[in-house]
Write a protein that binds this ligand. Structure first.
Ligand code: DAH
Length: 373
């Protein structure tokens, strides 16, 4: 039968000192069991209240029901047993109180600083845009043969964008280069436009320095094109210009061939076809053997869709600098010669990395960008 503090000892049949001692022993065991459940301040307080509570705590009940009502012979024994129990319980509770409070404070401190229930913070690293990476690849190739990089304004005057490149006002090639003109206040001295190519930097560079010149110009250019899979109103070019006293057509084709093989791999072939640009004479269009079908024009599934069976892919325009251009920059066309080229970077990147929509470069979709870390 369990010891009860609601009844007197006599009511529970206690008659000897041994029985009294056994009752207190049992209470101590009960207390020890309850202590095992203490985990924090609240559970400590519950145990404390059950034992030391002023109104109906176990101590109060022992005093009222056991001690006060004990018969004369047992009173001293009950008093001793009670004192011993109280000392034990008070001591344990005080000790547990400091442990629990220290633990709680330590816990609160941690909780304030870190929410351990949150998932870890993932901070994804960005990477350079593929167009930037291709710029860098091209720059590295031309660095290795003595070119340097210059950059220029994206807002140009018609003089640099057209006239000084031997494209006078009513020249038909301007039609292909229709672009965005600035809406300038009335009375402004001239027009300004978004450059349609990086070629104006040929002029700006030659104006600034005497031959020899060996530069490439990476940059963004603009045209009034309707966006589709191969057109965008903004795209990227790398212009190249080499001028010196003894540059030949052989230097020109050799340089281009070196670049194309470095960029696409040693196995590709190059060829050039006659073309026309107002600022080069002769002008050529460079082709590379199709990187998708190896130049055969066919793949396992039939005609190669990339070169449409031709085996060649049009790469970019180039040529020997037209002597008329030297006239605009104060170079002597009898003493100097050189070559120039203008590479469309978006197209090159699409060919090399198998991308079939130019718009992917401008949409900033992380799923696309992540493929080119
Ligand atoms: N500027 C020309 C274009 O955007 C490309 C070009 C062709 C640049 C021939 C050159 C060149 O320097 O020699 O269509």
């Amino acid at each position: 039968m369990a010891t009860s503090v609601d009844k007197t000892l006599a009511e529970q049949g206690v008659q000897s000192a041994e029985q009294v001692a056994a009752f207190f022993e049992e209470l101590r065991a009960r207390f020890d069991t309850e202590v095992l459940a203490i985990q924090d301040e609240a559970s400590w307080e519950a145990v404390r209240h059950a034992w030391q509570g002023r109104k109906s705590g176990i101590f109060v009940l022992i005093t009222d029901n056991w001690l006060k009502k004990a018969n004369a012979e047992l009173k001293a024994v009950v008093g001793q047993g009670f004192n011993a129990l109280r000392k034990y319980v008070d001591g344990r509770l005080a000790q547990l109180e400091s442990e629990v409070k220290a633990g709680t404070e330590a816990w609160e401190n941690v909780k304030d600083r870190v929410d351990l229930s949150l998932p870890g913070v993932v901070r994804p690293l960005g990477s350079r845009h593929l167009i930037r990476q291709v710029f860098q690849e091209i720059e590295d190739i031309f660095f290795s043969i003595g070119f340097s990089v210059v950059e220029g304004p994206e807002i140009e005057t018609p003089y640099y964008n057209f006239e000084a490149l031997n494209i006078p006002e009513h020249h038909p090639v301007r039609d292909d280069m229709d672009t965005f003109y600035m809406d300038l206040p009335k009375g402004s001295p001239g027009q300004l436009l978004l450059r349609t190519h990086t070629s104006p930097m040929q002029i700006r560079t030659m104006e600034k320095q005497k031959p020899p010149v060996r530069v490439i110009v990476p940059g963004r250019v603009y045209r009034r094109d309707n966006p589709d899979a191969t057109h965008s109103f903004a795209f990227h070019q790398v212009e190249g210009l080499a001028v010196d006293t003894d540059i030949t057509f052989c230097d020109f084709t050799g340089t281009i061939e070196y670049f194309v093989k470095q960029f696409f791999g040693a196995n590709v072939k190059t060829r050039f076809r006659p073309s026309y640009f107002p600022f080069t004479e002769p002008s050529v269009e460079f082709d590379v053997s199709c990187v998708f079908c190896g130049g055969s024009g066919t793949t396992a599934s039939g005609t190669c869709g990339k070169c449409k069976g031709a085996g060649w892919i049009e790469l970019f325009g180039a040529g020997m600098v037209d002597p008329a251009v030297y006239g605009f920059v104060g170079y002597d066309p009898k003493k100097v010669s050189g070559f120039a080229f203008g590479i469309g970077i978006d197209r090159l990147a699409m060919l090399k990395y198998g991308i079939d929509d130019i718009q992917a470069f401008f949409q900033n979709d992380v799923r696309f960008l992540k493929q080119f870390p």
